[in-house]
Design a protein. Structure first.
Length: 739
C-alpha cells in the first residue's frame, strides 16, 4: 500500500481484525475517513482522497436485466472517463449524458443506440431501420441520407472507434456498464468526425476474482404484427485468480414485422434478425500493468424495408419486390495500460473495425402495371484501423492533464448497380482512403480550490485519396488532397458549492473532405472539409446523498461552415455537396428528483433553432432552410418506485413519456417534408427473487401512429408519400437467471 496524500497521517481509524482480504480490510479501515483505496494491480493499492459521492441526474434506476443489483444513489463517484483525464462529473466543463446499465432506457432488453436516442432528447437518429441509421448529437445534423461524408458523431466501444462514415452499425447494448455521450465538438480529444460529439459504449470489464454468468430470454407481442424474441448469455471466468480471465456475451434477437404489402399479398414483411457477441480477455501481470484484448461481431438481416406509403395505409405499402438489407460489423482491439501510484497512467490501444452492408431498392418507374421491375443495389464496405497512445495524470487537487498521439487509416468503398431485376448494370461508385496523424493535449489546472481552467489543442495532418469505380463521363476531380488543422479548446469550471458548479467552454472540430457521386449517372465530384465552432455555458448540481434534487442546464451557439451533406435528386439518385453554412442555438436541461429512497422522477429536454444560408438555401423558400432530423423541442419524462424485500429481492414499477416535435427530412423545397410530432408512453415492472428476475415492459402503450422518418425508398421520395411508422404497441415478457 502507498499514498501521496499529505493529510492521511492525521486521520484516525478504528482497528481492524479477523481473517479479511486486503481489499475488505482497507475498506473497513478507511470507512468514514474521507479516503478510499484504489487497486493498482492484484496485490497493490493506492490510498487517495474520496470526492463527494454523487449520482447521475440524467436517468433513474429500473429493474436490471443482469445479475448485478442496482447501485445505490450516491454510492459511487461519477468519473467522466470519456474525457481521457478521469475528471469528476462536477468538475467536467461541458455538456454530457451518462446512462448507467440499470437505468432506463439502457436497462430495456435488446436496447441499442436508437433506443437511447428516442428517450434522450440530446440524441437524434434517422429511422431507416436497424443498422441503417445515422446518429446526431445536439442538433448537429448534416443530412438524412447515407453516403460518403464522415459521421458527425463518433461511436466508440471502449476506446476503439466503431465507424468512420455512413450509418452507425447499431451494436446491441448487452452486458454494458454505461454509455457516455459527450456533446461536441470534441475535436481536441477525438479529432475529425466528432463535430457533434461522441457516444462511448463502455462494456462490463473482465472480473479477475469471481466466476459469474447469466442467461436471459424474452418474448414480445406487437399489435398489428408478428411476435418477436430475444435471448442472451454471459459468462465470466477467472483463469488465474487476480491475473488472467475472460468474459464472453452472445445474443440473438428477432423484431417481429408489422408492415403489410397488399400488392404482393404479404403481411408483416419487415422482420429483422440480429445475432452477435463479444469476447474479452484481461491479463494483469502486476506492477500496475494490464493487457486487454476484445473481439466483437454482429450481423443484422432485415427481410424487407421499414417504410409505408400513406396512400396505401399507415402500416402498408406496395412494392414490386422485397427490399432487404443486411450488415456485418467486426471489431478487434488490443490495449496496454500502466498505472503508477503517483496517479500517472499510460494507455496504448490498437483497433480494427470492418463493416459491410448491402441494400436493395425498388426503382421501378411509375408507368403503370406493365413497367418492368427495376432494382437499385448498393454495396458498401469499410476497413478502419486506429492507434492511439496517451499519457495522463489526475491529481487530488483537481488538476489533470493528458497528451497523446493518434493515427487513423480508413478505406470506404461503395459500388452501385441499376437495371431490370436480375439484369442490373454497374453504375459509378467511389472509394475514399483517408490517413490522419494527430498530436493532442489537454490540461486542467485548479488555480483555486473551487476554480479550474482547461486548455488544449489538437494538430492534425490528414490525407484523403479518392477514385471512382470507373472513368466518369467528363468533369474533373482531385485524386488526392492533404489538409492541416489545429483545433483548440478552452474551458472554465467554477465550483460554487460542494454540489453546484458553473462551466463555460469553447471548442472547434472538422470533417475531412473527399470524393463522392455527383448529380446524374456516371459522374463524380469533390466535396470540401467542413468545420464547426461551439460556445456553451451551463450549470450543474449533484446531490451527494440518496435523496434530493440534481439538475443540469446549458445553452450553446454553434457556427457550422461549408456543411457536407449527402442528398438525393428528384430521380432518387444520391449525390454529395457542401450545401452552405448554419447557425444553431440550443438550450438543454435535465433534472432528477429523489424525494424518498426508492422513488425517482427525472426529465430532460432539448430546444434548438437553426437556419441554413448558402447557394442551395437561396434556391428554397425561407421556411425550408432548416437542418434535418432536429425537432425544435424534444422532451422525456420518467418515474419509478422500488420496494426492496431482503437483500437484493424486491419489486419495481416505472412509467415514461416522450415527446418529439416536428422536424424535416432535409433542407430545400424537395426535402421539406414533415416528420415527428408525436408523444409515446411506456411502462415496466420487475420482480427479483434470489437469482431469478421476471420483467414485463410495454412500449407505445397508446398505439400512437406517427411518422418517425419521411423516407424509405429514394425512388419514391418525389411523391412525398413515405412514412417510417412508429412500432405499434409492443409488450415483452422476460426472465433472467444469474449466478
Amino acid at each position: 500500500m502507498i499514498s501521496t496524500e499529505p493529510g492521511l497521517r492525521q486521520v484516525r481509524a478504528r482497528a481492524v481484525s479477523g481473517s479479511l482480504s486486503t481489499r475488505r480490510a482497507l475498506d473497513r479501515l478507511l470507512v468514514g475517513s474521507g479516503y478510499r483505496a484504489v487497486a493498482v494491480d492484484a496485490r497493490s493499492f493506492r490510498v487517495v482522497r474520496a470526492l463527494a459521492p454523487v449520482r447521475v441526474a440524467k436517468v433513474r434506476p429500473a429493474p436490471p436485466p443482469s445479475s448485478a443489483p442496482p447501485r445505490e444513489a450516491g454510492s459511487a463517484e461519477v468519473v467522466v472517463t470519456a474525457s481521457k483525464q478521469r475528471v469528476p462529473l462536477l468538475r467536467y466543463p461541458g455538456s454530457l449524458v451518462v446512462i448507467g446499465a440499470h437505468r432506463w432506457p439502457l436497462s430495456v432488453p435488446d436496447a441499442d443506440v436508437t433506443d437511447l436516442a428516442r428517450a434522450t432528447p440530446v440524441l437524434q437518429t434517422t429511422d431507416l431501420g436497424p443498422g441503417r441509421d445515422k446518429v446526431f448529437v445536439r442538433g448537429i445534423a448534416d443530412s438524412s441520407f447515407n453516403g460518403a461524408t464522415q459521421s458527425t458523431a463518433s461511436v466508440y466501444l471502449g476506446d476503439v472507434q466503431v465507424g468512420y462514415s455512413e450509418q452507425d452499425p447499431d451494436l446491441k447494448l448487452y452486458d454494458v456498464k454505461e454509455v457516455q455521450v459527450l456533446e461536441g465538438p470534441q475535436g481536441t480529444l477525438y479529432g475529425s468526425g466528432a463535430i457533434g460529439g461522441i457516444v462511448r459504449i463502455i462494456p462490463n470489464p473482465v472480473d479477475l476474482s469471481r466466476a459469474s454468468g447469466s442467461v436471459a430470454a424474452g418474448v414480445s407481442a406487437t399489435t398489428h404484427g408478428t411476435p418477436g424474441f430475444d435471448a442472451s448469455g454471459m459468462i465470466n471466468l477467472p483463469i488465474v485468480d487476480g491475473r488472467l480471465g475472460v468474459r464472453a456475451v452472445a445474443y440473438r434477437s428477432r423484431e417481429g414485422g408489422y408492415i403489410d404489402d397488399p400488392g404482393r399479398g404479404l403481411s408483416d414483411v419487415n422482420r429483422v434478425d440480429t445475432v452477435g457477441g463479444r469476447v474479452a480477455a484481461r491479463w494483469s501481470p502486476g506492477g500496475g500493468w494490464r493487457v486487454d484484448a476484445t473481439g466483437a461481431y454482429q450481423r443484422i438481416a432485415a427481410r424487407d424495408a421499414m417504410y409505408a406509403e400513406l396512400r396505401t395505409g399507415p402500416l402498408a405499402r406496395r412494392a414490386a419486390f422485397a427490399e432487404p438489407f443486411d450488415s456485418e460489423v467486426g471489431l478487434g482491439s488490443l490495449t496496454l495500460s500502466k498505472d503508477w501510484t503517483s496517479g500517472l497512467r499510460l494507455l496504448s490501444v490498437f483497433g480494427v473495425a470492418t463493416y459491410h452492408s448491402a441494400d436493395l431498392f425498388d426503382a421501378t418507374p411509375a408507368q403503370g402495371p406493365g413497367a418492368p421491375p427495376t432494382a437499385y443495389q448498393t454495396d458498401g464496405s469499410r476497413l478502419l484501423l486506429t492507434q492511439e497512445t496517451r499519457v495522463s495524470r489526475s491529481l487530488a487537487s483537481g488538476s489533470s492533464w493528458v497528451v497523446g498521439v493518434a493515427l487513423l487509416q480508413n478505406r470506404d468503398s461503395e459500388s452501385r448497380a441499376l437495371g431490370p431485376i436480375g439484369q442490373e448494370a454497374d453504375i459509378i461508385g467511389v472509394t475514399n482512403r483517408t490517413r490522419t496523424a494527430a498530436l493532442f493535449g489537454e490540461a486542467t489546472l485548479a488555480v483555486l480550490p473551487n476554480l479550474s481552467l482547461t486548455g488544449g489543442g489538437r494538430v492534425t495532418i490528414a490525407r484523403t485519396d479518392g477514385e471512382p469505380s470507373f472513368s466518369p463521363k467528363g468533369g474533373s476531380f482531385v485524386a488526392g488532397r492533404t489538409s492541416r488543422r489545429v483545433d483548440p479548446t478552452a474551458a472554465i469550471d467554477w465550483k460554487l458549492s460542494p454540489t453546484l458548479a458553473a462551466y463555460a467552454r469553447v471548442q472547434s472540430g472538422f470533417r475531412t473532405g473527399g470524393l463522392a457521386v455527383a448529380r446524374g449517372v456516371g459522374r463524380v465530384a469533390d466535396f470540401d472539409a467542413d468545420s464547426i465552432r461551439v460556445g456553451e455555458v451551463g450549470l450543474r448540481r449533484l446531490h451527494p446523498g440518496e435523496t434530493g434534487v440534481s439538475f443540469t442546464g446549458g445553452v450553446s451557439l454553434a457556427q457550422w461552415r461549408d456543411i457536407q451533406a449527402d442528398l438525393v435528386n428528384r430521380r432518387g439518385l444520391p449525390y454529395t455537396i457542401n450545401l452552405g453554412d448554419a447557425r444553431i442555438v440550443a438550450a438543454e436541461g435535465t433534472a432528477d428528483w429523489t424525494p424518498v429512497r426508492g422513488l425517482h422522477a427525472s426529465g430532460s429536454f432539448l430546444y434548438t433553432s437553426n437556419r441554413i444560408t448558402g447557394a442551395l438555401a437561396m434556391l428554397s423558400s425561407p421556411a425550408h432552410r432548416r437542418l434535418p432530423e432536429t425537432p425544435a423541442l424534444a422532451m422525456s419524462l420518467d418515474a419509478s418506485y422500488e420496494w426492496r424485500v431482503g437483500r437484493g429481492d424486491g419489486l419495481s414499477v416505472g412509467a415514461s413519456a416522450t415527446r418529439v416535435g416536428r422536424s424535416v427530412l432535409g433542407a430545400g423545397d424537395l426535402l421539406d417534408i414533415s416528420q415527428g410530432r408525436y408523444t409515446t408512453f411506456g411502462a415496466r415492472a420487475g420482480w427479483r427473487r434470489g437469482r431469478v428476475q421476471w420483467s414485463v415492459t410495454g412500449e407505445n402503450l397508446g398505439d400512437t401512429r406517427a411518422n418517425l422518418f419521411a423516407f424509405g425508398n429514394p425512388f419514391a421520395l418525389a411523391a412525398r408519400d413515405l412514412s417510417t411508422p412508429l412500432r405499434p404497441r409492443t409488450v415483452r415478457l422476460g426472465t433472467t437467471l444469474a449466478w
